[in-house]
Write a protein that binds this ligand. Structure first.
Ligand SMILES: Cc1ncc(COP(=O)(O)O)c(C=O)c1O
Length: 369
């Protein structure tokens, strides 16, 4: 008989996990607060998605379709995919977790990058495996660094493309080079949460690479450009064998009915997405230029957020800027946990918030240290 413990004890390693820290949303004592800390869209969701969500309220007594067919069919139609290769999840977070739980075991390693999204590490450790962190180059994923870290224990490689909190991207030629050099049993996970925002000819979200390989999956989300973060809608495009494995383990009704209905209506409304892309493009450029004109460094971003680097000068550091901006109601994201102790990440907000941050940072940089 095993040794008796005084209370239930989690599996080894669980208590070593640093829990995910969401973006701040409060600025105590400030009347008007702009939350620019979670890369949410300032444009809300498509009116068609909101309408579909409300209609779903009439049938709350029914279980949802466990296959999320309406949503998978709508995604497949818009992206030209086979719905059999699509799995939907309660946010892409759920799909990333499922991948780890199904494909990693104690003793295995996953490769994550220096500034990569926190969930990869958390879910790798939750599965009892070991995350191996590799350096990035100029705040960008470095394929050679990843390849150099592959061992016989490596089972998965996680890349956010574009990256969060960096906002940079890896061209499709580099993704293909990485895939070609990885052992065939190593899964390459392309997390394309911000794909819709990217306007670069050498970028590809992962659809092509997944279609032609058995060891690549792509995850996407409705939390960003589609404005459905509250509903938790994510999807994955993957080879049939991987979908089959995950389907055995996921909750049978992991997507709720209002989320399925709203997601399907949202993705059918591509003109809404185009407007959001144009709005974002305008403000990414405006904010980047304005912050650089103040003497701040900004990592070039293809997403809906910018990473701003502060001077290493007393009174002008990221912590000081964070405090100053919060006191004026602008909540940005501290990114110390992502390897940027002296930077803040700002999500593109509504026009008045964007202008307000430019003005406030002007005041912050102009004042005496
Ligand atoms: C890179 C990246 N992947 C995944 C997610 C999670 O998205 P979801 O809301 O679909 O769980 C986020 C959310 O911030 C993200 O930035």
């Amino acid at each position: 008989m095993s040794v008796e413990m005084s209370k239930p004890v989690p599996r080894p390693g669980i208590l070593e996990i640093a829990a995910y820290v969401p973006g701040k949303e409060h600025a105590p004592g400030v009347a008007r607060v702009y939350k620019l800390s979670s890369n949410e869209t300032p444009l809300g969701a498509s009116p068609k998605a909101i309408e579909a969500f409300k209609r779903a309220a009439d049938n709350l007594e029914r279980y949802p379709d466990g296959q999320a067919r309406e949503l998978r069919d709508a995604i497949a139609a818009v992206h030209g995919l086979n719905p059999a290769n699509i799995l939907c999840g309660n946010g892409s977070d759920e799909l990333l977790a499922l991948l780890c739980h199904v494909y990693l075991a104690p003793g295995d390693e996953s490769i994550v990058t220096e500034h990569g999204f926190a969930i990869y590490k958390i879910q790798t450790m939750a599965a009892g495996a070991t995350p191996v962190v590799v350096r990035e180059k100029d705040h960008t994923v470095d394929v050679d660094a990843i390849l150099a870290a592959v061992t016989e224990r490596t089972k998965m490689v996680f890349i956010a493309n574009p990256g969060n909190p960096t906002g940079t991207y890896v061209p499709v030629s580099e993704i293909r080079r990485l895939q070609a050099a990885l052992p065939k049993h190593v899964m390459l996970v392309l997390d394309a949460a911000y794909a819709e925002y990217v306007r670069r000819n050498d970028y590809e979200s992962g659809i092509e690479v997944v279609s032609s390989n058995a060891n690549v999956v792509m995850t996407r989300t409705f939390s960003k450009i589609y404005g459905l973060a509250a509903l938790r809608v994510g999807w994955m495009y993957a080879p049939a064998a991987i979908i089959d494995a995950l389907d055995r383990v996921r909750g049978p009704f992991n997507m709720n009915a209002p989320a399925i209905a709203a997601g399907a209506a949202a993705i059918r409304d591509q003109s809404f997405v185009q407007e959001a892309v144009s709005f974002n493009q305008l403000w990414i450029e405006t904010l980047t230029n304005a912050f650089e004109a103040l003497g701040l460094k900004v990592t070039p971003s293809v997403t809906n957020f910018v990473l701003i680097h502060f001077p290493d000068v007393d009174g002008k550091r990221a912590v000081d800027a964070d405090e100053f901006l919060t006191s004026r109601g602008y909540i940005l994201r501290a990114v110390r946990g992502y390897g940027f102790p002296n930077s803040l990440r700002m999500s593109i907000g509504p026009e008045e918030a964007n202008r307000g941050v430019i003005e406030a940072l002007g005041e912050f940089m102009g004042r005496k240290a």
